[in-house]
Design a protein around this ligand. Structure first.
Ligand code: ZN
Ligand code: ZN
Length: 260
């Protein structure tokens, strides 16, 4: 059975119109046993929770995404309060995105630093979004002693060197549907060299639908396409990828088992 380690269920149009039931039913049919649903702002978090309701196979994360902070400051005490909820199994997504954002690097860094501090304080892992910010991301994780809380670099598209540096401090690397894209040869070479024991798989739905669903809205059921691609790259069966990445997920997000 698979786990979709990162998605935004509440942003899926079908969920917005028909509720989460049909989407989760298809995921279950596709062998997805658990889904981690990630909030992108603190105000979004209660809205997301209301949209999803109580689901036995969905857990939550809460943070302020680096690309959603142009018009807001991180309220650290509110973040701390929200992530203390037992249903919240991780802090984020947070991180640094210098690819899309050329102006707000200082704000992103200050927010990222606070997320690392909160994650270490409450002992929950970090979900990190990082793009074109290799040196600063790794430096801030080291300076914040993030090895104490652990975490994952989600939707990873960066270099093997960066993956190695993250793994040195105990972090996992999560692979999205981008790995199936025609132009992703470099990422596929990188994924081949990351041990299965450090990998997670995700959809990041509703975005980034994998081949052969390009152009469609992405959903957790499609995580098996990511698993299939990772299996081919590692020369192992899809079942083995499912087993190892699912174990990795429960090892990292170790409070999930307590709530299901
Ligand atoms: Zn992200
Ligand atoms: Zn995301």
């Amino acid at each position: 059975m698979f786990v979709d380690s990162h998605c935004h269920l509440d942003k899926i149009k079908e969920v917005q119109t028909n509720g989460v039931g049909p989407t989760l039913a298809r995921a279950e049919q596709a062998g997805v046993e658990h889904v981690l649903c990630v909030a992108v702002t603190l105000d979004d978090y209660p809205v997301m929770r209301r949209a999803i309701g109580e689901q036995i196979n969905v857990s939550f994360s809460c943070g302020l995404h680096p690309l959603y902070m142009k018009d807001q400051q991180l309220d650290v005490s509110k973040l701390t309060e929200l992530v203390r909820d037992p249903q919240v199994v991780a802090v984020g997504e947070t991180g640094l995105d210098y690819f899309y954002d050329k102006e707000f690097h200082a704000q992103q860094q200050s927010s990222f630093e606070q997320h690392i501090r909160v994650a270490c304080e409450i002992e929950k892992p970090l979900i990190i979004h990082t793009r074109d910010a290799h040196a600063d991301t790794i430096r801030m994780l080291r300076e914040g002693s993030a090895e104490h809380c652990g975490g994952v670099l989600h939707c990873f598209t960066e270099s093997l060197r960066m993956a190695e540096e993250a793994m040195e401090i105990g972090f996992y690397i999560s692979i999205s549907g981008i790995v199936t894209f025609a132009n992703a040869d470099e990422l596929r070479e990188t994924v081949k060299k990351i041990p299965l024991e450090r990998l997670l798989i995700e959809t990041d739905s509703p975005w980034l639908a994998p081949v052969p669903h390009r152009g469609k809205e992405n959903e957790p059921a499609f995580v098996h396409e990511v698993a299939r691609c990772v299996a081919a790259l590692h020369g192992v069966s899809v079942e083995q990828v499912a087993e190892v990445t699912t174990n990795n997920f429960y090892t990292l997000f170790n409070s999930v088992k307590k709530i299901i």
